[in-house]
Structure formats: structure tokens, C-alpha cells
Design a protein around this ligand. Structure first.
Ligand code: PEP
Ligand code: MN
Length: 341
């Protein structure tokens, strides 16, 4: 739609799309609204919409993913996580424990990451563990801890949902839903994420292509939830000097194809504490929209992923360095106006 298109213009186009038995997706942007169309089996004649007031252009989308593509929406999407902007120049630091272990551990780490300058708290209450005998997370009591701690320290919180029943609880207690690497192609879960209104963080599957990651996001947008952040967290390769191979080229590739923000998780991406901060700096330099970092005040006693947890001081040092790197790609710390940095 044109910059000056009125809400009535948008409603008229939406009605026209629906009259054809198709679904309209008005996706707001900073400047203008893009209206995606799904449900058509063959290509539509642009003439159907071109002459309606407020329509700037009608663009057939050539990729298999539609609503997530830059063809539908050229300007970057800014996702609001409990008021913290992610994308469109806003670089967000997500940090916290791998898993919620108890109230004291979560509060201690949340206070520390807040003091270090993190914007969004992370912590798992439902953990997808390789072994059924490993700590599986606290479940609902863990989410209650996260909600209380998030209020106490004043940081929004993201947590993983493993299935539709845990999704309902994560939506109730948290500001953002995480879909883990192992669930990236759990299509019923993705659809359910699209039917609720909290923003969704989708982590790239460990053997997923960029196209598969974008198709996963498409499931969420297709159901009407346009608030999606992608996450590169390392892929499986022959390399054994690192837990996974962090694919930073995926950030650049994805940003070319999609308007959705993409953050980087160097914790699962490397699996080793000494590699996490250097790769977080690399993510900032490459132009990612944020990083997700696992932090523990006593990594040796962590119930999961202790070997990749950084100490709060290491996170603080990273956040001090970010204002040097972010201007290289026209970014700034989330919520801070570029003039103030
Ligand atoms: C996590 O972030 O807690 C996690 C389990 O990561 P991934 O899904 O990327 O393995
Ligand atoms: Mn972890």
C-alpha cells in the first residue's frame, strides 16, 4: 500500500481478497502496510487489486515462502518482546540460564544479566534433552519462577514450548515463545504458535537449510502472527572442535531473503565457554539483530549446558564492547536511540 493509504483503503483491499475466498494478511510496517495474500492455488491477476485506492503495486512472490519474504515486505520487521524492540536496527541481548533450576538460581542470574545490560531474560522450563534420564526442566513451576523473576528484575522473558500443552502455559507466563531447534519442523506446534499473539523465536534445526527455516516461520505468519524472530544456533557438521558449527553466513543470507529479524546463539553454536563471547562479537559484526547467551553464576553446578555458560562478568564485558561493533552495520543496542550512543 502507499504511505498515505488509509485504514479504509486497507479494509477495502482485504475485503476484495476475502471475497475471492482467500486470506488477507495486513502486515504493518514503519512506513506502510503490506498485504500478503495466501490460499490461491494459481497466480492471481494483478488487475484485481491494482486500481483500488491506496494500492502502490501488486507483486507476485516467486519464493515458496511468501509472507516472510522481502518481496512481500521490503522494510525490516521490528518485533516487540514485552516492549523491547528486536530488528530494524535494534540489537537485543537475550541472556539467562539454560534451564530454570530453582527460584534462587534464576533470580541471581536474572539480576546479574540485567546488571550486565541484557534486554531479555531467557530460561527453559521444558527442556528438550537427548537423554530421557537428564534433567527435563521444572515445567509449570519453572514458568511461575520465570514470571515472578521477570517482574522482579523488570526484564521480559522468553521460554521454550515443546508441544501444544506447554505452549499454552508459556503464552500465559512469558513474553515470548521459543521453538527449539529440535521442534523447528513440528508443524502442529508452529501452527499453534501462529494462532496465539505472543512473539515467537524460532531456532534453526541442526540440519535445516535457510529455506526450511523460513518455511517454519511461514507456518506462524500464515496463521496470522507476524511477530517472529529467527535464530541461528549452529548446525551439525564433521567438526569436532565445537559442539555445532555456527553458520554466520546464514544471517546475511536470511536478511537478504526475509524481513524478519535474526539473532545468533553462540552458546549452543559452540558449546564451549571460551568460544561464546568471541562468536557473539562476530554475530554483532556480521549484522545480526541480537544474540542469545547462556549465563550461569556457578557453571560447574548447572543442571544443563554448564560447559557453555559464561559468567555474568563476561556478558557485561561483551555488552560494553557492542557499541563499538554495532555502528559498523547501522545498529544500536535495543531501545537506545542511535544519537545517544
Ligand atoms: C535452548 O535455547 O534452550 C535450546 C535447547 O537450544 P536449541 O533448541 O537451539 O538446541
Ligand atoms: Mn542450553
Amino acid at each position: 500500500m502507499t504511505v498515505g493509504a488509509s485504514p479504509e483503503d486497507v479494509a477495502r483491499v482485504t475485503a476484495q481478497i476475502e471475497a475471492l475466498g482467500l486470506r488477507a494478511h495486513p502486515i504493518p510496517g514503519a512506513q506502510r502496510v503490506a498485504i500478503g495474500i495466501t490460499g490461491n492455488r494459481e497466480s492471481l491477476d494483478p488487475v484485481l487489486f491494482e486500481s483500488l485506492p491506496g494500492v502502490l503495486e501488486v507483486i507476485p512472490v516467486s519464493h515458496p515462502y511468501k509472507l516472510v519474504s522481502r518481496e512481500v515486505k521490503r522494510e525490516p520487521t521490528v518485533v516487540s518482546v514485552g516492549g523491547v524492540p528486536v530488528g530494524g536496527g535494534h540489537f537485543a541481548v537475550f541472556a539467562g540460564p539454560c534451564a530454570v533450576e530453582d527460584a534462587e538460581q534464576t533470580l541471581t542470574i536474572a539480576r546479574a544479566v540485567r546488571a550486565a545490560g541484557a534486554h531479555i531474560l531467557r530460561g527453559g522450563a521444558y527442556k528438550p534433552r537427548t537423554s530421557p534420564y537428564s534433567f527435563q526442566g521444572l515445567g509449570r513451576p519453572g514458568l511461575e519462577i520465570l514470571r515472578d523473576v521477570s517482574r522482579e528484575v523488570g526484564l521480559p522473558v522468553v521460554s521454550e514450548a515443546l508441544d501444544e500443552s506447554s505452549l499454552e502455559l508459556v503464552v500465559e507466563f512469558c513474553d515470548m515463545v521459543q521453538v527449539g531447534a529440535r521442534s523447528m519442523q513440528n508443524f502442529p506446534l508452529l501452527r499453534a504458535c501462529g494462532k496465539q499473539r505472543k512473539p515467537v523465536l524460532i531456532k534453526r534445526g541442526m540440519a535445516a537449510t535457510i529455506e526450511e527455516l523460513l518455511m517454519a516461520a511461514e507456518y506462524v505468519l500464515a496463521e496470522g502472527n507476524y511477530q517472529v524472530v529467527l535464530c541461528e544456533r549452529g548446525i551439525r557438521t564433521f567438526a569436532n572442535h565445537t559442539r555445532n558449527t555456527l553458520d554466520l553466513a546464514a544471517v546475511v543470507a536470511t536478511q537478504r531473503l526475509s524481513h524478519l529479524p535474526i539473532i545468533v546463539d553462540p552458546s549452543h553454536g559452540t558449546g564451549k565457554r571460551h568460544k561464546v563471547i568471541p562468536l557473539a562479537r562476530a554475530a554483532a559484526a556480521v549484522g545480526a539483530d541480537g544474540v542469545m547467551i547462556e549465563v550461569h553464576h556457578r557453571p560447574g553446578r548447572a543442571l544443563s549446558d554448564g560447559s557453555q555458560a559464561v559468567l555474568p562478568d563476561e556478558l557485561a564485558e561483551l555488552v560494553r564492547q557492542l557499541p563499538i561493533l554495532l555502528p559498523l552495520t547501522g545498529r544500536h543496542l535495543a531501545g537506545v536511540s542511535p544519537a545517544a550512543t
